[in-house]
Each structure stands twice: as C-alpha cells, then as structure tokens.
Ligand binder design. Structure first.
Ligand SMILES: Nc1ncnc2c1ncn2[C@@H]1O[C@H](COP(=O)(O)OP(=O)(O)OP(=O)(O)O)[C@@H](O)[C@H]1O
Ligand SMILES: CC(C)(CO)[C@@H](O)C(=O)[O-]
Ligand code: BAL
Length: 353
C-alpha cells in the first residue's frame, strides 16, 4: 500500500497490482461502481475535469499516474517528461464533489478514492525497451487506424498506448473510464480496442470522452507538456494552433473544400512563424507546423481534397452525416502541441459537455 518514500497523502496510494486488487475486490463485493482516469501525472485542470466527471458518475474514483516508456519513441522526451507528484497528490486530495444520491439524506461528498502509482517493472514484468525491435513480451498493436494523424508523426505511439491501457484496464477493472478530447484519436482508438478485445472492464460504451479544457484567455489546450513553453512562447506562439483550427472550421462551415480549409489554417501558422522567426534576440521563436488535417472519425482516413461540408454531410455520401475531426500538431521550440475541433455533432462521437 503506501510506501515511506511517497509524499503524504490522504488518498490511499497503491504501487502494486496485488495491493490494488485487494482494495478492488472490496469495491466489487460492495457492488460499487469504479470510475478510472489514466494519466501520466503533472496534473492540470484538463485532468481534473476527467476526475470530476468520474466523481459525479461513480461511487469510487481511481486515478493512475504512470509515465509509459513504450509510447515514447527513443528520440522523444521520456527523460524530461514533467513530474510534479507532491502537487498532483495535493490537487487530488483537495478535490470533492457533492452529489445527490437516491435514498440518502442530503448530498454525499465524493473524493478521489485511490491513486495507482506503479513502477515500470510492475507494468512491464518482462522489461521494456523504447526500441520496438528490442522489445520482449506481449504488446497490443493497433492495425489500420494508426497510420494517420498522430500515428503518422508518431508511428510507435498507439502500440505503446494500447499496450499500457490494456494493462491498466486489467489491473484497475474500471466500470467506467474517462479520456480527454484533446487526444481524440487516442480516445476513439481505445474505445475501439475495448470492442476488438472483448473487454468487459470497461465496456466500450463506458469509455467516455470529455471536452478539451482550455486556457480561459488564449484558448490554448491545457497539456502537461505546456510546462516546456517559455512565457513568451506560451503567449505569442502556442495559441496560434487553436486559432488556425478555428479559421479552418469557419471555412468548412462556409462551404470551402477541405484543401482550402487546410490552406487557410497553414497560412495563419506560417505567417505567425515568419514573424516569430524574424524577431531577433531572445524574442525569436521557432514554430514548425507538423500537420493540419481533416479525418473521418470511423476510419481515420483523410477526407478527399475536394470534400466539402455539404458533400460530406449528405445522406448518400461517404461521411453519411458523420462528424469530421479537424486536428493539427505544431512545434513551438522544443514543445510539440496538438489540438482538434469536431466539425458536426460531437454527441455522435460520445463527447458530452
Ligand atoms: N486539456 C485537456 N482537456 C481534457 N482532457 C485532457 C486535457 N489534457 C489532457 N487530457 C486528458 O488527460 C488524460 C491524461 O493525459 P496526459 O497525462 O497525457 O496529459 P496531457 O496533458 O495530455 O499530457 P501531454 O502534454 O503529454 O500530452 C488523457 O485522457 C488526456 O486526453
Ligand atoms: C492514456 C495514457 C495515460 C497512456 O499512457 C496517456 O497516453 C495519456 O495520458 O494520454
Ligand atoms: N496525452 C498523450 C500522451 C503522449 O503524448 O505521450
């Protein structure tokens, strides 16, 4: 259970699967619903929105903190990934949500019930290398849906995510689980994984997607990696990704083709990049666009260049009224940012405000 090296915390912390399972058995015997939020720590209000949803909809809420080596390519930022464990535990301990439960006198106050904080060895008993050709053991591969959007830029990412989330689901046995829209491809692929792998904890329709929480003034999507940004990068450069997606959204709504929507977004980013690069000295910022794309949320295929809203939404068309994922990724200095907007009815993807 709690280990001496861990910060003080009023919430039980489990570092092994075996100790967590004892706790889980009691919840099972008491027929209590367990909500689960998977994180890599360095918590912010985006994570806390997922926890709040879980508190509102479950008797018990478990959050995991595990920086998963398998989803980082060897050249990526595993070694520097932000870690703020004492603060994370403080934030969680301070959370409480009054809920009205049938049959009880007055509202019940729910707080996070447990934190799962495993070691790398606990999660990868056969060891783990970030280089796929050196890996040994059992992995979960996502085929056919991982070659676009994030998977195109990070080809080993979804294998690492699907593998660790399978392990987490097996260990935690969540009744319901909550993922963020910020990582929309991840959330949709994991829902598909629960179907493909016939999982019961959670069932596919118990994997919920929570809208992206943004900075109130700049609309920058909150993200643990935003900690890498300098104040100047955060103010001047980072918000342009969301602005570019908004420009594309407006063009789409006004009937422009996909090609034109992307062109307008790219122009905004390249103009900002030119200005930021041109300013000399400490004010110079290196902005590099990775991609802006429009994808089908079912297949993840890119939309045809000529696709337009009217064509995509018509009954006989390929999209048959499905929403579209408008997403992008951009580097600001050493920080890779991602963001997305759903064009169409978010409820069709199970994203509930
Ligand atoms: N701004 C946000 N709004 C809603 N959910 C979020 C937000 N940021 C992260 N999440 C969700 O929180 C969960 C844990 O994410 P993670 O710990 O990787 O944080 P992160 O901020 O996404 O980190 P990173 O900077 O590495 O992308 C994921 O389901 C993710 O989609
Ligand atoms: C789902 C996840 C916790 C798996 O490591 C991670 O990819 C994340 O935090 O989004
Ligand atoms: N939130 C996604 C985790 C990652 O980029 O590794």
């Amino acid at each position: 259970m709690s280990s001496a090296k861990l910060p003080e915390c009023s919430i039980p912390i489990f570092t092994t699967v075996a100790s967590y399972r004892e706790w889980r058995r009691e919840a099972h015997d008491a027929k209590q619903k367990v909500g689960f939020v998977a994180t890599m720590g360095a918590l912010h209000d985006g994570h806390l929105a997922l926890v709040k949803r879980s508190l509102a909809e479950n008797d018990l809420t478990v959050l995991s903190i595990f920086v998963n080596p398998a989803q980082f390519a060897p050249h990526e930022d595993l070694a520097t990934y932000p870690s703020t464990l004492p603060r994370d535990l403080e934030l969680l301990s301070a959370m409480s949500l009054p809920v009205n439960v049938q049959g009880s006198n007055g509202p019940l106050v729910r707080k996070p019930s447990a934190v799962f904080l495993p070691t790398v060895l606990e999660m990868y008993p056969s060891g783990i290398s970030q280089t796929i050709s050196e890996q040994k053991g059992t992995f979960v591969d996502v085929k056919g849906y991982e070659h676009q959007m994030e998977g195109k830029s990070r080809p080993t990412f979804f294998r690492g995510v699907a593998t660790v989330v399978t392990k987490l689901f097996n260990a935690i046995e969540p009744t319901q689980t909550y993922f963020g829209q910020k990582d929309i491809q991840q959330a949709l692929l994991l829902r598909r994984m629960t179907r493909d792998m016939l999982l019961s904890h959670p069932l596919p329709d118990k994997l919920h997607i929570v809208p992206t929480v943004r900075d109130l003034t700049s609309s920058l999507a909150l993200s643990s990696r935003n900690a890498y940004l300098t104040p100047h990068e955060r103010e001047v450069a980072a918000p342009v990704l969301h602005s570019a997606l908004q420009v594309s959204k407006t063009a789409w709504q006004n009937g422009a083709s996909k090609q034109e929507c992307i062109r307008q977004a790219c122009t905004l980013i390249t103009d900002t990049a030119e200005k930021a690069n041109a300013s000399g000295g400490d004010d110079k910022i290196d902005i590099r666009l990775d991609y802006i794309e429009l994808n089908d949320p079912e297949t993840f295929d890119v939309l045809p260049e000529e696709a337009s809203r009217a064509q995509w939404e018509s009954e006989g068309s390929e999209g048959k009224g499905r929403p579209v994922i408008l997403s992008g990724a951009m580097w600001v200095g050493r920080t890779r940012l991602i963001d997305n907007i759903i064009l169409g009815d978010t409820r069709k993807l199970g994203i509930i405000e």
